[in-house]
Ligand binder design. Structure first.
Ligand code: PEP
Length: 254
C-alpha cells in the first residue's frame, strides 16, 4: 500500500526570517491527514532551524541537493552527513533545474542517489522530458533512461527508501500542468520499468510523485490517477493556504 507524499520544494526562495514564518504557519495550520505524508525542502540556511521547529510535527524536512562525496574540496556543496545532522530525512536529487541549468548528468545524479541511501537519507529522484523531447515522441525513452541510469547499482532492498518524481520540464514553474492522463501514462511506464529492474513487488511499493505546476485547482485530478502517489510542489508550496489545500487533496474514494 503506497502512502501519498506531498513535498514542498522551496527552491532558492525566502530569507531566513520568511522561511521561519512560513514553517511556523505550516506547523500551526497544516494538520496532515493520517493517511498521507508531507515534507518540506527549505534552503540550506534555514534547514536546521526548521527541522528543530517541526521535530514534534508529522512534517518531514529535507535538503534540495547533496554532493556524493563524504567531505572535501567541493566549494558550495553539502554532504549527506551534513544534511542528516541538520535534521533532514530526505533529499531531492536530479531536479531538472540542476540537470539543465547546472549541467548535472545521470551518472552524477546516480552517485548522489547511492550516497544518500548510504547515509540513510531518502532520495527523491526527479526525471522528466523537455518539450522538444515530448514533441519528438521521445518521452518514454528519455524518462525511462533517466530512471535506469539514476538507479544503476541500487540494491533491490534499498528501493524501499527511494521515491521517484516525474517532473516534465515544460511544466515546471510554467503554469502548464500535464493532464492527469499524460501524468498517468508516464507514471505507469516508470512503474513498468521499475518492475523490470527490481521486480513487481518493489515497483508496486515505490512512490512516484508528479511535479510541474501543481496547484489547488489541479491536484485532485492528478491524485485520482492510480499511479500518481503524491506531488512535488514548487511555487504553490510557498503559499501556506495553497500548500494546505494541496496536502488536503481529495480523491473520488475520499
Ligand atoms: C518543482 O520545483 O519541482 C516544481 C514542480 O515547481 P512548480 O510546482 O513551481 O512547477
Amino acid at each position: 500500500m503506497r502512502r501519498p507524499l506531498i513535498a514542498g520544494n522551496w527552491k532558492m526562495n525566502l530569507g531566513h526570517a520568511d522561511a521561519l514564518r512560513l514553517a511556523d504557519g505550516i506547523f500551526a495550520g497544516i494538520d496532515v491527514p493520517p493517511d498521507r505524508d508531507c515534507a518540506i525542502f527549505p534552503p540550506f540556511t534555514s534547514l536546521q532551524a526548521i527541522a528543530e521547529k517541526l521535530r514534534s510535527s508529522p512534517i518531514k524536512v529535507g535538503g534540495q541537493n547533496c554532493h556524493p562525496d563524504a567531505e572535501g574540496a567541493f566549494t558550495g556543496e553539502i554532504a549527506c552527513s551534513m544534511l542528516k545532522a541538520a535534521g533532514a530525512s530526505m533529499v531531492i536529487l536530479g531536479h531538472s533545474e540542476r540537470r539543465h541549468l547546472l549541467g548535472e548528468t545521470d551518472a552524477f545524479v546516480n552517485r548522489k542517489v547511492k550516497a544518500a541511501l548510504a547515509a540513510r537519507l531518502k532520495p527523491i529522484l526527479c526525471v522528466g522530458e523537455t518539450l522538444a523531447e515530448r514533441d519528438a515522441g521521445r518521452t518514454a525513452d528519455v524518462v525511462l533512461g533517466q530512471v535506469r541510469r539514476g538507479l544503476d547499482g541500487v540494491a533491490t532492498d534499498a528501493m524501499r527508501d527511494v521515491v521517484l518524481a516525474y517532473e516534465p520540464v515544460w511544466a515546471i514553474g510554467t503554469g502548464k500542468t500535464a493532464t492527469p492522463a499524460q501524468a498517468q501514462d508516464v507514471h505507469a511506464a516508470i512503474r513498468g520499468e521499475l518492475a523490470l529492474l527490481f521486480g513487481k513487488p518493489v515497483a508496486e511499493d515505490t512512490l512516484i510523485l508528479y511535479g510541474g505546476s501543481v496547484k489547488p485547482s489541479n491536484v485532485d485530478g492528478l491524485m485520482a490517477m492510480p499511479d500518481v502517489d503524491g506531488a512535488l510542489v514548487g511555487g504553490a508550496s510557498l503559499d501556506e493556504a495553497d500548500f494546505h489545500r494541496i496536502v488536503w487533496f481529495e480523491t473520488p474514494e475520499g
